[in-house]
Design a protein around this ligand. Structure first.
Ligand SMILES: [Cu+2]
Length: 269
């Protein structure tokens, strides 16, 4: 189904069309329900008007037809839920791509920022320690003395992603419930303290292409925090930059070099 009429933000992910179709179908079904119930309401208003029914009917309906109708509605709704809704949702959410083909990024929400962490060339996220947390220099408490942590790249409010490769975001929170929302990717997931929740999507449009498409040379994808998480909630936004795979690798290599030049001493290793 074409979904332009919904007025949603431009689409920039591979699976987003499914979400848009779902939203469109829900609108269509709700419109049908609206017409159906609206018609019934008008019918009831006219059919049971006071001038035609001056005395109330104290016995009411005696047949059991409505009981059967309600049972029928219940059965249909159970079929919709168990045969369609749950399997479709599971297909979209549960089948996370394998970590070998995807890029795994850890995103940690805090009041009021998004901390991003890449595993580096070894593909392993190093240890973190709550005692090493320093809001300025080491907001995630990365333990740089751990060999796996030596090449971990961290950024603040900047999520760089390659286009056309599945991205697995492992969402965490340091304090309260936040919500990771990138409207153009059609992803939204709560970040809950104590849990690591994976969410995945495949960006298909680079930031540069999107700037051309929108005619806005300053266009940026944004992560908006979609849960009211405190007084600074309004400013809890971060930017997503989608690059071509080559540009992304270049960016990651440069960040890598920065981490190396800082050395473990600076990071309290
Ligand atoms: Cu938040």
């Amino acid at each position: 189904m074409t979904t332009n009429w919904l007025g949603l933000p431009l689409l920039a992910s591979a699976t987003g069309q499914q979400i848009d179709s779902l939203i469109a179908w829900i609108h269509v079904f709700m419109f049908v329900l609206f017409i159906g119930w609206g018609t019934f309401f008008m019918y009831a208003l006219i059919r049971f008007r006071a001038s035609r029914n001056p005395v109330a009917n104290y016995t009411g309906v005696k047949s059991h037809a409505t009981n059967y109708l309600e049972a029928g509605v219940l059965v249909i709704e159970m079929v919709l839920l168990f045969a369609f809704s749950i399997p479709l949702w599971a297909a979209r959410v549960d089948h996370v791509p394998s970590e070998s083909e995807a890029l795994v990024v850890q995103v940690t929400g805090e009041q009021f920022a998004w901390n991003v962490r890449y595993a580096g060339p070894d593909g392993k996220f190093g240890k973190t320690d709550i005692k090493l947390i320093d809001l300025q220099s080491n907001p995630l408490g990365v333990d740089r003395s751990d060999p796996d942590a030596k090449d971990d790249v961290t950024t603040l409010n900047q999520l760089y992603l390659p286009a056309n490769r599945p991205i697995i975001v492992k969402l965490r929170s340091k304090d309260v419930i936040h919500s990771f929302n990138v409207p153009e990717m059609r992803v939204k997931q709560d970040a809950i303290p104590g849990l690591t929740i994976p969410i995945w999507f495949t960006p298909t449009v680079t930031t540069e292409e999107m700037r051309q498409r929108t005619g806005n040379p300053e266009f940026q994808y944004e992560i908006a925090c979609a849960q009211l998480c405190g007084l600074g909630h309004y400013r809890m936004r971060a930017f997503v930059t989608v690059l071509s795979p080559e540009e992304f690798q270049k960016w990651l290599d440069a960040e890598e070099a920065k981490v190396k030049s800082l050395g473990s001493g600076v990071w309290g290793g």
